[in-house]
Design a binder for this molecule. Structure first.
Ligand code: AMP
Ligand code: MG
Length: 280
């Protein structure tokens, strides 16, 4: 940590963004365009750096300890900022201990298995942080909105996913789930920006426009996901994400706190190190 870290007073309180298990969620009333105690992007940089330093230091311990693991799940509507969040929040973290998996449309082989098969293969090993860019939740989101399986099938998945996550947490994995919440107006601006900037055009997918037409159906599906799958063992957080810089600080604070609660320790020293003399 930096020398000033001891005296720095962070302003973001992770529990403000956590969905309490069993409560109802009204996404329309949760403001996407917020910036907490900050007036501008520049204002937020010191706190982002503070939480990032905490993440870097704690990840080193987690890796050295080799006992527990962290799974970070990111879900968002198209242009919601999943990639940018990963890039900014994990800047400076030793890449050796961090694995990012992006879940795309399932392959024919994946479709021939149960929907959690492809997910389980990528859960973090001891000492690792795994980041899921999309996840098992696509199977109650896009799959539900586009009627890819009957309702009777996706309805059961909320409980199945909770069981799956409970088993992971019981076997040493801490799970943090982040929903990046942007407004429909912000999505329009971001899609337009992708069209206008030649360096961003590669990100433009005409399919995103088709999904934008299903905005309300997606919001309803996100709400059910948040209501049914925010649990004590694997909570969901709703991140106000219209302002990218505020989103980054909030996510960094949540991840740093989760790692702190895991309290990873360097392994016990081997006895007799003080007597060792390295031969010439
Ligand atoms: P992107 O993240 O922009 O590269 O897009 C990946 C696409 O894969 C998105 O349109 C997702 O909705 C889609 N996708 C991810 N998981 C699933 C799934 N289980 N079933 C169907 N489509 C999926
Ligand atoms: Mg996309």
């Amino acid at each position: 940590m930096t020398a000033s870290a001891d005296s720095f007073k962070p302003t973001v309180n992770p529990s403000d963004f956590r969905i309490k298990p069993g409560t109802s969620v009204d996404l329309a009333s949760l403001k996407a365009r917020q910036s907490g105690d900050f007036d501008s992007s520049g204002d937020s940089h010191a706190e982002l750096a503070y939480h990032r330093d905490r993440i870097i230091a704690l990840q080193e311990r987690l890796w050295a300890e080799h006992e527990q693991s962290l799974l970070v799940i990111l879900q968002a509507t198209d242009t919601g900022g999943k990639d940018g969040t990963i890039r900014h929040v994990f800047e400076g973290v030793n890449p050796q201990g961090v694995v990012v998996t992006s879940f795309k449309q399932p392959t024919p082989e994946e479709l021939d298995h149960d929907y959690l098969w492809r997910i389980h293969k990528h859960t973090p090993a001891k000492g690792e942080i795994a980041i899921f860019n999309r996840s098992q939740y696509e199977d109650v989101l896009v799959v539900r909105v586009h009627d890819l399986v009957p309702k009777a099938v996706w309805k059961k998945r909320y409980a199945q996913i909770n069981d799956f996550e409970e088993r992971l947490t019981e076997t040493g994995t801490t799970i943090v789930k982040l929903f990046l919440h942007i407004s429909k107006e912000e999505q329009k601006e971001r899609l337009q920006a992708r069209l206008d900037d030649p360096d961003k055009r590669w990100k433009f997918n005409p399919g995103d426009l088709a999904d934008r037409e299903h905005w309300d159906a997606f919001q309803a599906a996100y709400q059910d996901m948040l209501e049914q799958c925010s649990t004590d063992f694997a909570p969901w957080y709703v991140i106000p994400a219209d302002r990218k810089w505020y989103r980054n600080v909030v996510v960094a604070a949540i991840i740093a706190d989760a790692l702190e609660q895991m309290d990873p320790r360097f392994p016990k020293e081997v006895a007799g190190l003080d007597e060792i003399v390295i031969p010439d």
